[in-house]
Write a protein that binds this ligand. Structure first.
Ligand code: LLP
Length: 434
């Protein structure tokens, strides 16, 4: 049985005859009973489907395309293995993410190392594992990497991250490709030119291309196309032998029923068309195109499950209904004002009857997951499911209030596999020294 808003949920989502939400063939009320709540459920079919869609839509239009998954959206060993199987590469931003990749023997040549302040230890770790690319963000890193690589007698392939000065019109906290940003070398100021010149003279590195990332999520095509053209113009002016170009990630997904993000095909069309036409105009050999989706791969595959507990009616004001998670496992509403939708996973098909505000369990008034949503009448013990929760929720989770971080399961064909166990109180104290 399908249901309203089902397009926000993973591909396998359905409602059972009993009115329960089913994901990957698993009744979520059973998952909650077995694994506890809050629980993050990832649908394997959706994850694989999103990987194939990105590869297919880009390579169909532009065969020299590679897709590297942006681990910051959420990574663990199970997911890293799945991405390896699907033929993706990885964008890592820390030694921790690189360690996860190493744990599953991810081919190092398919790993790109990002970040605006990579430490010496992290760069050494990258050189040690013979990482595919380091995406150089600033002069300090360029000099440090050059020194470390020369010292080892190796030459590290790098992309230079430029900042094209294009506003993608998204949240200020997640806007990166504008002049006033901590990331990359601005083209406007001449610093990108200087960086390319320095990098070409640096013995320890070989410049294979350019990278830019505008922000996230981006609902418009124009910024991608404009930034692509500007960056290609820059490469051409500098006489840079451009073997690779990366427009980063930032592909939008729907969080709420009124959002209609572009399809993967639409992004692919805008990016590959601007790349091809500008290369032709400039007489450049078409480079490898490297895209870095994070949110658009894991976001739609993940659903957060919470158990409803206390509620508070303020006559004439609102009814707060509290769940057993909140900003500790999903800080996005508190941090960015992000909006979500919810369903009552044990009352699918029951008519929506009341307007409520879903509060989290953390000790802050700002810990509200959903404001003024209309849902079936909620009672303690009900199970609330929030779709499109797979990206940047578990990844940004904390132990605020010393709440253990949730368990995570992967569902497929009626089977649920625990891919991260729930933290225990013991875990919370395991680094404390008396
Ligand atoms: N590449 C680079 C260089 C990035 O900085 C990012 C995201 C991506 C790729 C992947 O972007 P995506 O495809 O996932 O949109 N915490 C925020 C999002 C921060 C994005 C940081 N960089 C959120 O919860 O919305």
């Amino acid at each position: 049985m399908s249901f309203a808003n089902s397009f926000l949920f993973p591909n396998t989502a359905e409602a059972s005859g009993q009115g329960h939400l089913v994901l990957g063939g698993c009744d979520v009320t059973h998952l909650a009973a077995e694994f506890g709540t809050p629980l993050y459920v990832y649908d394997e079919a959706t994850l694989r489907d999103r990987c194939r869609e990105f590869l297919g839509e880009f390579q169909r239009r532009y065969p020299k395309s590679a897709v590297i998954y942006a681990c910051k959206a959420f990574i663990n060993t199970s997911l890293a293995r799945l991405f390896r199987e699907e033929g993706l590469g990885l964008d890592v931003v820390s030694g921790g993410e690189l360690a996860v990749a190493q744990r599953v023997a991810f081919p190092p040549e398919r790993i790109y190392f990002h970040g605006n302040n990579k430490s010496r230890e992290e760069l050494e770790m990258a050189l040690d594992c013979r990482i595919g690319r380091v995406v150089v963000d600033n002069f300090h890193e360029l000099a440090l990497l050059g020194r470390l690589a020369s010292h080892r007698g190796v030459v590290q392939d790098v992309l230079i991250r430029v900042s094209p000065g294009i506003d993608p019109h998204t949240h200020a906290y997640t806007t990166t490709g504008v002049l006033d940003s901590k990331f990359g070398f601005p083209i406007q100021t001449g610093q990108a030119k200087e960086a390319v010149g320095k990098a070409m003279r640096e013995r320890g590195v070989r410049v294979v291309g350019l990278h830019f990332h505008l922000g996230s999520p981006i609902f418009e095509m124009e910024p991608f196309a404009r930034a692509m053209e500007l960056t290609l113009d820059f490469a051409s002016q500098e006489g840079l032998p451009l073997r690779e170009i990366s427009p980063g990630g930032g592909f939008a997904i729907a969080y709420t029923r009124d959002q209609r993000p572009p399809s993967v095909g639409e992004y692919a069309q805008a990016i590959t068309a601007s790349l091809e036409s500008r290369c032709r105009a400039l007489g450049l050999e078409p480079p490898l195109l490297v895209i870095e989706p994070g949110r658009a791969i894991v976001g739609p595959a993940g659903v957060a499950l919470y158990r409803v507990g206390a509620s508070k009616d303020i006559p004439g004001v609102r009814r707060y209904v509290a769940v057993d998670g909140g900003m500790g496992d999903n800080i996005r509403p508190a941090l960015y004002g992000s909006q979500y939708e919810a369903v009552v996973a044990n009352k699918m098909g029951v008519e929506e009857g009341e307007r409520v505000t879903i509060a989290g369990r953390f000790c802050e008034s700002g810990d509200v997951l959903l404001r003024d949503v209309t849902l079936p009448r909620l009672e303690a013990g009900d199970l609330l499911a929030i779709p499109a929760a797979g990206a940047y929720a578990p990844a940004m989770a904390s132990n605020y209030n010393l709440a253990p971080r949730p368990a995570i399961v992967m569902v497929a064909d009626g089977q649920a596999r625990l891919i991260r166990r729930r933290e225990t109180y013991q875990d919370l104290m395991s680094n404390d020294l008396l």
